[in-house]
Design a protein around this ligand. Structure first.
Ligand code: NDP
Length: 471
C-alpha cells in the first residue's frame, strides 16, 4: 500500500479529519461502514488532496504503508469495539489503531491492553474542537505508547491547531491518559459555560440588563484576562435576534440543557479519586435540574423580594466570573494530577494548558497563565497556590462576595459562583469543622481520630468513662 494514514468512520468528524490530513499533503485512505459516505466525500472533496477510497476493511488495510495507522471516528461504545475487532483481524504486529472518538478512558485502557497482547498499538486520543476544529485544526490529546507517538506524533502535530507556532498536540501519556484529559477538558467546559450562564442570569435578573446590552458587556470582557472563545460566542448568541419573532434569540430557546455524558464521567471519576471538582459537579447538576420540568413548573413563582443591587454589579460579576473560573480550572487540573499519580501517566500539566490554547472549545488567553504557573513550579499543588492566580483571586474576592450576596438576596441561583467561593474559603480556613466530623465519627462508630498535639490514633470511650485510649 501507499497511503500514509487512514480514517474509518466518515460522518462529520471523520470526513473533516480526513480532509484536514489530505490538505496537509498526506495520502489518506478513507473508509466507512456504508460506502455511500465514502463516495460522497470523494465526490465533494476529492479535489482537496490525495484520497484512497476503500470499500472494505481488508481493502483499507491493504492500501496502507507499514506500520499501518488507522484512525477510527465512529460512535463511541459498541461500534468502536466492532471496528477495532475488524481492523485487528486484518492488521499485523507493529500496526496502530487510533481511536479519535469520545471513548471512556477505562474502555481505552482495556482496549490498549488487549491489542498489546496481539502486538498492535492502540492509541486513544482526545480530539476537541467539533467539526470546525477537525477540519481546520483541532486540539489533539493522544495517549498510547511512546513508540506509537514516534510514528503518529508528527502527523497529528501537523494537522493540529497552532498557537504562536506551537502545535496544540502533545503525547499526553500511556494507555488512557489522552482520553482522560479530554474528559476533564469537557468537564471544565461544562463549568466554564455554567459560570458564563450565571453571569448572564445575574446581569439580566438582578441588573435589569437586556440580552443585547449583556452581549456588549461580554464583548468588552473578551479582552484582557477573560479573552476566550466561549466569552466571544456568548456575545454572539446573546446579541442574536430571532428572525421569526423579533425577540432575543435566547428567549425563544427551551431552557433545558442537554448533555452527552463527558461531564458526568468527569464527576464520577473525581468521586473515585476523591478530588473535589465542585464547580464541574454543580455545572452537571445544574443541567440536570434545568430538565426537571415537572418540579420547576410546580414551584414557579415571582415573589422574590426586591434587592439593593450594587452599582458596581457589572464589574463585580466580571471579577466573580474570573475568580470562579480559576477555581474550576484549579479543580480540573487537580483531578488530572491525581489521575496521573493513580495510573502512572506522568502527565505534564503545563503541556495540557499549552495544547488547549487553540482548536478546542475552552481555548483562552488565560491558559498561558496556567502554562506559566506549571513552568515555574512543575509540581504545583494547586493553581490557587501560584503567585499570579493567588493574587488575582485575592483581588477579586470582595467583588465575588458581593455578587454571591446579591444573587442570594435576589433569588438568582449561582451554584457555580457560590460553590467556587466556598471551595476557596475552605482552602483558606485555618481550621475546618472536619474536626467536629471526626469527633462525631469517633462517637458513633469508634472510627478514631488524630490529635493536633501528638502522633498516633486515638479513641474516646464515649459510652463509659470518656477516657481517651490509644487506638
Ligand atoms: P457519529 O458519532 O454520529 O457516528 C457516525 C459514524 O459511526 C458513521 O460513520 C457510522 O457509519 C459509524 N458507525 C456507527 N455504528 C457503527 C458500527 N457498528 N460499525 C461501523 N461503523 C459504525 O459521528 P461524529 O462524526 O459526530 O463523531 C465521531 C466520533 O467523534 C464520536 O465518537 C464522537 O463522540 C467523537 N467526537 C465528536 C465531536 C463532535 O463535535 N461531533 C467532537 C469530538 C469527538 P454509517 O455511516 O455506516 O452509519
Amino acid at each position: 500500500g501507499t497511503a500514509r494514514i487512514a480514517v474509518t468512520g466518515l460522518a462529520t468528524m471523520g470526513s473533516n479529519l480526513a480532509r484536514n490530513l489530505a490538505r496537509h499533503g498526506y495520502k489518506v485512505a478513507v473508509h466507512n461502514r456504508s460506502f455511500a459516505r465514502t463516495k460522497a466525500l470523494i465526490e465533494q472533496h476529492g479535489h482537496e488532496g490525495d484520497f484512497v477510497p476503500a470499500e472494505t476493511t481488508a481493502e483499507l488495510v491493504a492500501s496502507l504503508q507499514r506500520p499501518r495507522q488507522v484512525i477510527i471516528m465512529v460512535k463511541a461504545g459498541g461500534p468502536t469495539d466492532a471496528v477495532i475487532d475488524e481492523l485487528a483481524e486484518a492488521m499485523e504486529p507493529g500496526d496502530m489503531i487510533i481511536d479519535g472518538g469520545n471513548a471512556h478512558f477505562a474502555d481505552t485502557r482495556r482496549r490498549e491492553a488487549a491489542l498489546k497482547e496481539r502486538g498492535l498499538h492502540f492509541v486513544g486520543t482526545g480530539i476537541s474542537g467539533g467539526e470546525e476544529g477537525a477540519l481546520n485544526g483541532p486540539s489533539i490529546m493522544p495517549g498510547g505508547s511512546v513508540e506509537s507517538y514516534k510514528h503518529l506524533g508528527p502527523v497529528l502535530e501537523d494537522i493540529a491547531a497552532k498557537v504562536d507556532g506551537e502545535p496544540c498536540c502533545v503525547h499526553v501519556g500511556p494507555d488512557g491518559a489522552g482520553h482522560f484529559v479530554k474528559m476533564v477538558h469537557n468537564g471544565i467546559e461544562y463549568a466554564d459555560m455554567q459560570l458564563i450562564a450565571e453571569s448572564y442570569d445575574l446581569l439580566r435578573r438582578a441588573g435589569g440588563l437586556e440580552p443585547s446590552a449583556i452581549a456588549d458587556v461580554f464583548r468588552t470582557w473578551n479582552s484582557g484576562d477573560l479573552e476566550s472563545y466561549l466569552v466571544e460566542i456568548t456575545a454572539e448568541v446573546l446579541g442574536h435576534v430571532d428572525a421569526e419573532t423579533g425577540k432575543p434569540f435566547v428567549d425563544i430557546i427551551t431552557d433545558q440543557a442537554e448533555q452527552k455524558g463527558t461531564g458526568r464521567w468527569t464527576v464520577q471519576e473525581a468521586l473515585e479519586l476523591g478530588i473535589p471538582v465542585t464547580g464541574i459537579a454543580e455545572a452537571v447538576f445544574a443541567r440536570s435540574l434545568s430538565a426537571r420540568v415537572d418540579q420547576r413548573s410546580a414551584l414557579q413563582s415571582t415573589s422574590d423580594t426586591p434587592v439593593q443591587v450594587p452599582e458596581t454589579l457589572v464589574d463585580d460579576v466580571r471579577a466573580a466570573l474570573y475568580a470562579s473560573k480559576v477555581v474550576a480550572y484549579a479543580q480540573g487540573f487537580d483531578q488530572m494530577r491525581a489521575a496521573s499519580e493513580q495510573y502512572d501517566w506522568n502527565i505534564d500539566l503545563g503541556a495540557m494548558a499549552t495544547i488547549w490554547r487553540g482548536g478546542c472549545i475552552i481555548r483562552a488567553v488565560f491558559l498561558n497563565r496556567i502554562r506559566e504557573a506549571y513552568e515555574k513550579t512543575p509540581d504545583l499543588s494547586s493553581l490557587l497556590v501560584d503567585d499570579y492566580f493567588r493574587t488575582a483571586v485575592e483581588n477579586a474576592v470582595d467583588a465575588w462576595r458581593r455578587v454571591v450576596t446579591t444573587a442570594v438576596q435576589a433569588g438568582v441561583p449561582v451554584p457555580g459562583f457560590s460553590s467556587a467561593l466556598a471551595y476557596y474559603d475552605a482552602l483558606r480556613s485555618e481550621r475546618l469543622p472536619a474536626a467536629l466530623i471526626q469527633g462525631l465519627r469517633d462517637f458513633f462508630g469508634a472510627h478514631t481520630y488524630r490529635r493536633v498535639d501528638k502522633d498516633g490514633s486515638f479513641h474516646t470511650l464515649w459510652g463509659a468513662d470518656r477516657n481517651e485510649i490509644d487506638a
